[in-house]
Write a protein that binds this ligand. Structure first.
Ligand code: ZN
Length: 194
């Protein structure tokens, strides 16, 4: 589930991401890390990062950005285990904010609302889906919704906590990969019947 390796201290984000992206022949999962999305260790001989290979690609990118914050700002902490239960911790909140800003800066986010002439407090769930679709940001719907409420574009508590993918499919149709998967399953079934 995880891959485990050491990285030199001075690496660009691009290099960091290319190294961190899960490799095909990564070592087997360490059961004691199964609950983590990622982790950061600051060892004497260099930093070490874990990223769960169970995460879908957008969340892997997010976790990599999250671990980069630990690398840049929290090296004195030695160890950071990153999972949902840890998020209330100050160090984890900082990493979440850093990752969101790195992936989709707030300035760009605010610019979108200005360009679309969406006034303060008027942002709807549909607006968030249109934003994600037109900008191609990998930031999750949950993060985008939280940010819209925090920055005042949407009223507090007005945006849904779940159901984003269904709403996206209502507005933009079923994604191609789902249709292809269904067609493959149909072909496999036909093959078995023949
Ligand atoms: Zn963390």
């Amino acid at each position: 589930m995880f891959y485990f390796f050491f990285i030199p201290v001075k690496l660009s984000l691009r290099l960091l991401c290319s190294f961190l992206y899960p490799q095909l022949h990564a070592p087997p999962t360490l059961p004691q890390f199964a609950f983590c999305e990622g982790a950061y260790f600051s060892f004497e001989h260099g930093p070490c990062v874990l990223v769960s290979r169970k995460l879908p690609p957008p969340q892997r990118v997010y976790t990599m950005a999250h671990e980069l914050k630990h690398h840049l700002a929290d090296r004195n902490e030695m160890i950071a285990f990153c999972h949902e239960a840890n998020v209330p911790a100050q160090i984890e909140i900082g990493a979440e904010v850093f990752a969101a800003e790195l992936i989709y800066p707030e300035d760009e986010f605010a610019k979108y609302f200005t360009e679309k002439n969406i006034k303060s407090g008027a942002c709807t769930a549909e607006d968030i889906v249109h934003l994600k679709h037109s900008t191609d940001t990998t930031l999750s719907y949950t993060s985008l919704a939280k940010r819209a409420e925090r920055m005042g574009f949407a009223l507090k508590g007005s945006l849904p906590k779940v159901g984003w993918i269904k709403l996206e499919e209502n507005l933009y149709g079923e994604p191609a990969y789902k249709r292809i998967n269904r067609y493959r399953q149909f072909l496999a079934l036909q093959h078995r019947v023949d």
